[in-house]
Design a protein around this ligand. Sequence first.
Ligand SMILES: Nc1ncnc2c1ncn2[C@@H]1O[C@H](COP(=O)(O)OP(=O)(O)OP(=O)(O)O)[C@@H](O)[C@H]1O
Ligand SMILES: [Mg+2]
Length: 397
Amino acid sequence: MNRNLQHLFTIAQKPVRRIIGLMSGTSLDGLDVALCAISGSGMETQVTLEHFDTVPYPVAVKDEIRKVFAKDTISFQQLCLLNPWLANLHAQWILECLQKWNVTPEEVDLIASHGQTVYHSPKILHRLPDFPNATLQIVDGDHIAVKTGIITLSDFRQKHIAAGGEGAPLALYGDYCLFSQRGVDRIMLNMGGIANFTFLPGNLDPSGVFVTDTGPGNTLLDAFARELFQVEYDKDALFAKQGAVNEVLLKALKNDPFFKEPFPRTTGPELFSKAYVKTAQERSDTTGLSPYDIMATLTHFSADTIADALKSVLQEDKDYAVYISGGGAHNPLLTGLITERLPRLQLHTTDELGIAGDAKEAVLFAILANEAVCGEGINFGKPGMPAITMGKLSFPA
Ligand SMILES: Nc1ncnc2c1ncn2[C@@H]1O[C@H](COP(=O)(O)OP(=O)(O)OP(=O)(O)O)[C@@H](O)[C@H]1O
Ligand SMILES: [Mg+2]
């Protein structure tokens, strides 16, 4: 047997696997690196988060990614160069994290690399009847595997599309394995660049699990914080809190076919862009708003569309525990508005379930890698969506 396969075979049989989960989302804030100790698989999965760090993307790196990110027309050379360049950077940052944590690469079994999304294009966004759902993540796994010496799984989303999905959100697989609890209906709400939630029924019936993107999380807040205030994000909603919501613009923002599509649906900054907001401003004759009012209105836009999507799965007479994660969980205006709109929700953070909210998405990819190596694939009983495991294998040699 090939020695790499032999090694993988051994890893699959270990009682506990140490897996690094990587996530770098649409916010381009940095690379989340989560070292997890994982035992079992499927509903028996147990995770201990041993170490976690976010390596902030240097401004120069963000600038290089933004040359292609969510853009219709790009330099092909730039895309081609970014693929190994960013992979080498990710590999270097992984090695630096390991050194800091006093862990050697030999002590790590697998890396689960999400890669950097550069374009997300489900049918509901491109609307070209002859083309399928599509999404593109760069950061090739071979480069990470060779540079770190660790077997790497990457490019998780293509299998989901091949099997009938939109390639996102993938959170349901890990959410279901890790956070489902018999007798309790739970909602896992992640507010990254885009916001999404997973509904986990207390009867543990996989066909009752529901996941969808809701629309913008932080993506518009970040774009306008950069444009209007020359900062990377509206820390603690300091700008938005100084403004007032403009109801006319808010209504125009909500008036998009995306919000009328049936659930589940996915989206990205390809739709929720500065151009989206500027068009809504022109349509509603609200181009003269103060920067603070724009930030306030955009925060309401995220909160309202998150709350509206949640309402669509909640029963009115029930109380729900919602576990929030992602950078938006640190935005007090955003979380406050969601609570105001859904008073029967109790907002908790995933920290209370043992996984820090900032680390959750990276941990979920470590779980996907664990499933690929020793799970059986979960069938969520959705029409046209078979049981799958995800991730492509890259061997170090
Ligand atoms: N203290 C804070 N106040 C307001 N916003 C914050 C705060 N901390 C983080 N954020 C927001 O969170 C964003 C980063 O969130 P996160 O890393 O979860 O998103 P992401 O990288 O896009 O991942 P995903 O793929 O899950 O969307 C930042 O860009 C910022 O907008
Ligand atoms: Mg991030």
